[in-house]
Design a protein around this ligand. Structure first.
Ligand code: NAD
Length: 356
């Protein structure tokens, strides 16, 4: 099969980690007889330098025409003095909006070999961790009505949390579909004891659950969920929640796994279209030094194969190759501990390709 991928290398370490991820995809193509066609496009600081804007229309068009998008990272010191609406990072919001990426998927996986990087007690995470946070990305308080008004107590400011049934339904369907491919448990997180919008959220998620009799649904209040995530993270499989709660919970969940250089993510639209990117930024402090960990981006390509292309065997092959390289003791500087073998970006990529 032939798959078209729009590739945004971006800024800083973006081109380095994407370069290794493409080598991994090429290795998969060769082994499993697929064809991946890459269309490189500009976004972020490099786009500002080349054409004067962070998200050119040509990039949006190419992304829409592709089957999936792979993104490194955008931003850097060079553009830090630009006003907010002109900064490279605006490209990310623009892409989410233009591509209608309403579901953000962040797995929090703790690899056995990196258990030392986990800040929780070993007995809490024994045997590893594998949680996915499904966050609603284009609704809720971040996109609701906002403003200021004069009150008796002085100037007041407000932001409205609002969710419509269809918005909740589509993210719930995404979460249940994902749970069906995993351990068949969904935990929906809200604040239904206080918020009207959460009561609607809970009602709609409960209705969607009826179509998935094999999946166990549990509801938790956000305060309890934040606590349970560090008390007993192994109880979770798929967590589904709104934009603001998901923003916070997904960071908490990823912290449990240690290094930011290991964390992939996906942002999905209707159908199977998605944009895949590491959770980390452009790391200008280590850019161009062969020090960046390419594993987050490589694991993002595994998510692309699994969620957009439906190639689970190939996705497993990438994830297992990463696990094997770690188990053999190879470490980029961000996850290096004494006694391990220190490798650079390129060598880490080469080792992963060799394991595939
Ligand atoms: P960052 O994630 O780029 O870096 C934070 C720290 O983690 C740095 O010390 C960096 O060296 C390290 N790090 C990050 N990725 C790594 C990797 N793959 N391997 C090894 N070490 C890694 O966050 P920041 O410093 O806050 O932001 C730098 C720039 O990136 C800013 O311009 C920011 O706006 C941008 N940013 C972009 C994205 C994105 O494109 N999705 C996300 C976050 C930040």
């Amino acid at each position: 099969m032939k798959y078209n991928i729009a590739v945004i290398h971006g800024d800083g370490i973006g081109p380095e980690v994407v370069g290794e991820a493409l080598k991994v995809l090429d290795t998969i193509a060769e082994k499993y007889h697929h064809e991946f066609v890459y269309t490189p496009v500009l976004a972020g600081g490099c786009a500002i330098d080349a054409v004067g804007e962070c998200l050119p229309q040509a990039t949006i068009d190419a992304c829409k025409a592709a089957d999936a998008v792979l993104l490194g990272a955008v931003g850097g010191w060079k553009w830090d003095t630009l006003p907010g609406d002109k900064r490279p990072e605006r490209a990310l919001l623009g892409l989410r909006k233009e591509l209608e990426l309403f579901a953000n998927i962040r797995p929090a996986m703790l690899f056995d070999a990196l258990a030392d990087a986990c800040p929780l007690k070993p007995e809490i995470v024994e045997g590893g961790l594998d949680i996915v946070v499904v966050r609603e990305l284009t609704g809720g308080i971040y996109f609701g009505e906002r403003g200021t008004k004069d009150t008796e107590l002085g100037l007041a400011a407000y932001d409205v949390e609002q969710y419509a049934e269809e918005e909740v339904k589509r993210i719930a369907v995404t979460a249940f579909d994902m749970a069906m491919k995993r351990n068949k448990k969904v935990t929906s997180v809200d604040k239904a004891n206080v918020l009207e919008s959460s009561r609607l959220w809970r009602r709609v998620v409960t209705e969607v659950a009826k179509d998935y009799p094999e999946v166990t649904l549990e509801h938790l209040y956000i305060d309890n969920a934040a606590m349970q995530l560090v008390r007993n993270p192994k109880q979770f499989d798929v967590i589904v929640t709104g934009n603001i709660f998901g923003d916070i919970l997904s960071d908490e969940a990823s912290m449990i796994t240690g290094s930011i250089g290991m964390l992939p993510s996906a942002s999905l639209a209707k159908g199977n279209f998605g944009m895949y990117e590491p959770v980390h930024g452009s790391a200008p402090d280590i850019a161009g030094q062969d020090k960046a960990n390419p594993m987050a981006t490589i694991l993002s390509t595994a998510m692309m194969l699994r969620y957009t292309f439906g190639l689970s065997e190939e996705a497993d092959a990438i994830e297992n190759a990463v696990k094997t390289v770690l188990a053999k003791g190879y470490r980029t500087p961000d996850i290096y501990t004494e006694g391990m073998t220190l490798v650079g970006t390129k060598e880490a990529g080469r080792l992963i390709c060799a394991e595939i």
